[in-house]
Design a protein around this ligand. Structure first.
Ligand code: NAD
Length: 496
């Protein structure tokens, strides 16, 4: 296939110590709606360049850690204003390289800015030194920066999942080396460059590449914290790579989030039906916290499925990300498309019923890009791969359950525990929610619709370690440092 570059083609370079660094080779990033079209080029960062970026961050840390919190907040607020001013250009680039519809790309910037602003508003209180005079003397508790942070982000929310790390890491006095995903490197790199333009050289560095560069970032002794969002399998490599130097880490990993519809759920509530459809198909189902398996009480199951299909056929409109009618775009890459398609075909072979959902707005584009027909999967077994694996695409299994104990067991036997949702009468839903092993449980909504950046976000079990967002998401970039001045300097039980 002949690859064409067009007038909008952009080129990003690695950013090391405030300088764009040329690389010997560049990789073309294709447009998922038309893989023959190049959106831009990003570099292959060499191991030596990755080391240089880490060393630049380590050098910059010496002065940056001494800056006041006020100064850091001031610079971050200036960066926020610059991102706002560039929002339309960023959205354009993000939609082209990622495939997400324009409204969804704006949504990603919205969430990023909301978090960056929250982090600026809360940083002072979260990082303030505490001094206590007490019976046994005096204690100073400070929240010190950790050092050089390796921030590794995935392709599905490349900007939000980079800024979720950059903002608190820098506000807390750390320096950073960011590596965006090669499947969506351009818009994240542009946003990182905008932020970097407000900060001293070396405070933010950006490198590109995949596992090889990632391996350097996660094993280099100068890196003291890893902030990673991505797949659970990748995290296993990272944990091993980091083990020689025992690095601090926050890991935000995969999920297989369940939506549970209790007997008390009203299937005639059209707004709720639209919310669950959005929770299944937003960003073409490629969100860690999307509802990936739906369990419905058997007494309302048939009526639920009927109303669900009606709601999905209204909301799911597959097309060009730049067509304002489009709600669902292509998958981001061919590997992901093939994986999801394989899971649906496997379910069909096992006897499941696969129902196509929504409208295809442009058949020619659909055949040209990494598009998949959105589907509903019925009559599958509780333990079929499409139910127990993280499908990360535009398909969803809906299964009946008979009692609450059964569905809690089905929920909790997963290796994952990122988010979940319970739908029905609020008080009944909360009783069930309390029994679910998940970092966040939403009532009568799901996925990003129920996300609140003021509270910690992260997973139980193999969905991760640690939390982002909330005050915890700022403190996670610090080490608690206690300075104790005891009144009793010599302990009485220690012999002379
Ligand atoms: P991925 O694990 O393939 O890649 C994530 C990042 O890790 C990329 O930048 C990649 O280049 C890098 N990487 C790959 N191998 C590496 C290695 N050996 N060492 C260091 N870095 C390495 O994930 P993906 O396909 O980009 O993203 C999808 C996954 O991310 C899904 O599982 C999804 O659930 C998860 N995710 C989780 C959250 C969350 O908050 N929990 C949010 C979004 C996505």
């Amino acid at each position: 296939m002949a690859i064409q570059a067009d007038k909008d083609t952009i080129v990003v370079e690695a950013l090391i110590n405030g300088q764009n660094v040329k690389s010997l080779s560049q990789v073309a990033k294709e447009n998922p709606t038309n893989p023959a079209e190049i959106v831009g080029y990003f570099p292959v960062t060499t191991k030596e360049q990755a080391v240089e970026a880490i060393e630049a961050a380590a050098e910059a840390f010496k002065a940056w850690k001494r800056t006041s919190i006020d100064e850091r907040i001031h610079l971050m607020r200036k960066a926020i204003e610059k991102i706002k001013a560039a929002e339309n250009d960023i959205v354009h680039l993000l939609s082209r390289e990622h495939g997400k519809p324009v409204y969804d790309a704006h949504g990603e910037i919205f969430v990023s800015l909301m978090w960056m602003e929250f982090a600026c508003n809360e940083a002072k209180a979260a990082l303030q030194e505490e001094i206590q005079e007490h019976e046994q003397g005096k204690t100073i508790l400070s929240h010190d920066p950790i050092g050089v942070v390796a921030a590794i982000s995935p392709w599905n929310y490349p900007i939000a999942l980079s800024t979720i790390k950059i903002a608190p890491a820098l506000l807390a006095g750390n320096t950073i080396v960011l590596k965006p995903s090669p499947y969506a490197p351009l818009a994240a790199a542009k946003v990182a460059e905008i932020i970097a333009s407000e900060f001293p050289p070396g405070v933010i560095n950006v490198v590109h590449g995949n596992a090889d560069v990632g391996a350097e970032l996660t094993s280099n002794p100068l890196v003291t914290k890893i902030a990673f969002t991505g797949g659970t399998e990748t995290a296993k490599h990272i944990i091993k790579a980091a083990s020689d130097t025992i690095k601090d880490m926050t890991l935000e990993l995969g999920g297989n989030d369940a939506a549970i519809f209790l007997e008390s759920f009203d299937v005639n509530d059209e707004r709720a039906m639209r919310r669950i459809v959005v929770s299944n198909f937003l960003t073409t189902g490629q969100i860690c916290m999307i509802a990936k398996r739906v369990y419905v009480h058997r007494s309302i199951y048939d009526a639920f499925v009927e109303k669900y299909i009606e709601a999905a056929n209204r909301w799911v409109r597959v097309g060009d990300p730049f067509d304002h009618n489009t709600t669902v775009g292509p998958l981001n890459n061919l590997k992901q498309k093939n994986y999801v398609q394989g899971l649906v075909e496997d379910a069909q072979k096992r006897g499941a019923k696969v129902i196509p959902l929504g409208q295809i707005l442009d058949q020619e584009l659909f055949e040209q890009g990494y598009y998949l027909q959105p589907t509903l999967v019925l009559d599958c077994d509780y333990h079929d791969p499409i139910v127990v694996e993280e499908q990360f695409g535009p398909t969803v299994p809906i299964l009946p359950f008979d009692d609450v104990e059964q569905v809690i067991k089905l929920h909790n036997e997963s290796i994952y525990g990122l988010t979940s949702s319970v739908w029905g009468k609020e008080e009944e839903a909360i009783v069930v929610a309390r029994q679910l092993e998940a970092g966040t449980t939403m009532i009568n909504t799901a996925a990003v619709q129920g996300l609140d950046v003021r509270f910690p976000f992260g997973g139980f079990k193999q969905s991760g370690i640690g939390r982002e967002y909330g005050v915890e998401g700022i403190r996670t970039y610090t080490e608690s440092h206690v300075i104790n001045v005891p009144k009793m300097l010599d302990l009485p039980y220690i012999p002379e």
